[in-house]
Design a binder for this molecule. Sequence first.
Ligand code: FE
Length: 175
Amino acid sequence: MSVEAKDHDPRMPYQLPFPADALEEIVIPKAIPDDERIWVPQANNVWFRPLCLNRSQGYWMNLLRVRKAGVLSRHRHPQAVHGFVLKGRWHYLEHDWMAEEGGYVYEPPGETHTLVVPDDVEEMITYFQVTGVMYYVDPWGKPLGYEDVFTKIEICKAHYSKVGLGEDFVDQFIR
Ligand code: FE
């Protein structure tokens, strides 16, 4: 017998409190924001928009926006990345496929790649989940720097403070 068969009122909400130690949900009505200040610059023609900065599990969910001539510098992922293309097209210099609007990409641990947007694309926006670090390297793997959820939080604080939203603006995305 399925669970459903015993449920006399499937539309009755759960009646008990959530666990006392559970974190608050995050609900963002406009993930692609109207307020340009919400986009955090990360390189020339590259921005990110934080959605969930999960410091307790060491990952972040964000929208990445790249406009013409923007390059997301070469980096290695020690952990998996998931991406869903919301707008435009892009590709990695290290692969011959194209990530198209509406498409999904899984990047396995061990990937090192460089994200670029084709010349005929004005703008791409992709929803990415990144766990652990982005480890920036030269073409031969020599380390140049890294980003993790903590550097993301810091860069958000500095940017939101600078544009007048206040560094606390980032708190709503942190769990
Ligand atoms: Fe990547």
